[in-house]
Design a protein around this ligand. Sequence first.
Ligand code: SF4
Ligand code: FES
Length: 136
Amino acid sequence: MKEYSNGEITIVWRPETCIHSAICVKTLPKVYNPNARPWIAIENASSEELTAQIKLCPSGALSYFINGEKKEETNSMETKVEVLENGPLIVTGKITVIDKDGKEETKENKTAFCRCGASENKPYCDGAHLKIDFKG
Ligand code: SF4
Ligand code: FES
């Protein structure tokens, strides 16, 4: 997990959660550049632009909190299940995931579950649906 702050807000980046939709890169290219290090240039946009964009991240890999407030913002308090075209199942809200061995894990914000069968991190999506050109 990595954090990027502009003094007003802090972006939280969870690489293992990213489903490589590239929505961040397309909607705010002046901030998100996968070829640059660091890849997030938080100083290139206002806090309003950044938070509006983060709310579009389908997987919850990007989230933010307002500095001085501990809790990360989530897009919605209600639990929502959404099927992404040609991609994962996105669950928004706090959930408990129990794996096949009975191990429990709490997930907050958004969780992407694999629908294509190709993820190497099941039950979660790891972006492999793009590699296999999953349709559905
Ligand atoms: S899942 Fe979120 S962080 Fe990953 S590429 Fe898509 S918009 Fe960017
Ligand atoms: S749906 Fe994304 S890896 Fe399967």
